[in-house]
Design a protein around this ligand. Structure first.
Ligand code: SF4
Length: 336
């Protein structure tokens, strides 16, 4: 089987070059073509000899795939559909916002976590994306040059496909790659503890934990992961790390009417986050035919946010984007 060069790290390319009998510096040259010049064919790597290019073509390719569909929201958000793994599709969402332009990428086809309110979660799991599939979502869109941030909040649970996430973020942040600061990248998780620990030790990217309910039994009812990795154990792990520097910790909290949006929940949330350097992002739930939940009223959301802010937890309300094209949080399904 041929190797996808897109997503290969410098050290992986050094091994590949050694195996092919190329000089060691060829790996750096290949990185430059892949990540600085972003070519989509091996033949375009003109500082490799003809013989080297022919050998590379025999055993490798550059997995650049254009999106097969782009839906544009009235607010400017764009949802791109990419083909991956045997007939499946994944989605990436481009979100322009003044001087920022964020791309929300997927890391799996479907998801194993089964969060009850999430359309992706209801579709089951169909496979992991490779680092190249993740990077292709950035490289494959015409807005690549405008991107200021990437968030891993699309389809899938990043800690369940961590090798690919770490390789992709390494390509994005390394000087032989895109040279982005890790501050431009946020990886989200429902809280798979072994993956989180490794991520925190090996990456400097920001972390966002999907919290959604501070009461264990209630969280379990909507997020099955709570059984294997209870929130209190996730928080105990997070408390072992320093969040006062460059790296940011945030908690995602989707507001469900009558379920987690009253002051008792706000109070409990303040209690469990006490002393942790973090912020809470409230998200309006986007109702869909697949999930039986309702979105909170604007009054309930405002009261919740104000309680947190008054009690020492920085709390923002995430603007809703791309709802008319099913690009909002929890609505990605890779439908084709
Ligand atoms: Fe998976 Fe995230 Fe959906 Fe939960 S919310 S099922 S982790 S994609």
């Amino acid at each position: 089987m041929k190797t996808n060069l897109l997503g290969q790290t410098l050290s992986e390319l050094q091994i590949l070059c050694a195996e092919e009998g190329f000089p060691r510096f060829a790996a750096k040259q290949i990185c430059d073509w892949l990540y600085k010049k972003r070519v989509d064919s091996i033949d375009a790597m003109t500082n490799l000899s003809k013989l080297q290019r022919a050998r590379l073509n025999k055993m490798a390719y550059i997995g650049r795939e254009a999106p097969v569909r782009c839906q544009v929201s009235k607010d400017g958000t764009k949802k791109y559909l990419f083909p991956v793994l045997d007939g499946h599709f994944i989605e990436a969402v481009f979100i322009p916002d003044d001087d920022r332009a964020t791309l929300c990428v997927s890391c799996q086809v479907g998801c194993k976590m089964g969060c009850r309110f999430c359309v992706t979660g209801q579709q089951g799991f169909h496979g992991n994306l490779a680092a190249g599939d993740i990077l292709n979502q950035m490289f494959g869109i015409p807005e690549f040059e405008r991107l200021t941030n990437v968030v891993f909040m699309g389809m899938g649970e990043p800690m369940d496909n961590l090798d690919a996430i770490l390789a992709a973020t390494q390509v994005m942040t390394a000087d032989w790659g895109l040279s982005w600061s890790p501050k431009r990248i946020t990886v989200s998780s429902v809280g798979i503890i072994p993956g989180l620990k490794r991520f925190l030790d090996e990456s400097q990217c920001h972390l966002a934990i999907s919290l959604h309910n501070p009461v264990a039994q209630e969280r379990l009812a909507v997020m099955p992961v709570q059984k294997a990795f209870p929130l209190n154990e996730v928080l105990a792990l997070l408390r072992k790390y320093d969040w006062s520097g460059q790296r940011r910790l945030s908690f995602e909290y989707t507001m469900f009417r009558g379920m987690n949006d009253d002051l008792a929940h706000a109070q409990r949330l303040v209690e469990i986050l006490k002393g942790l350097d973090c912020r809470v992002n409230l998200i309006r739930f986007h109702e869909s035919s697949e999930a039986p939940y309702k979105t909170s009223t604007p009054t309930a959301i405002a009261a919740f946010q104000s309680y947190l802010n008054r009690n020492g937890v920085i709390c923002t309300l995430r603007a809703s984007r791309g709802q008319d094209i099913d690009a909002a949080c929890g609505l990605l399904a890779g439908k084709e």
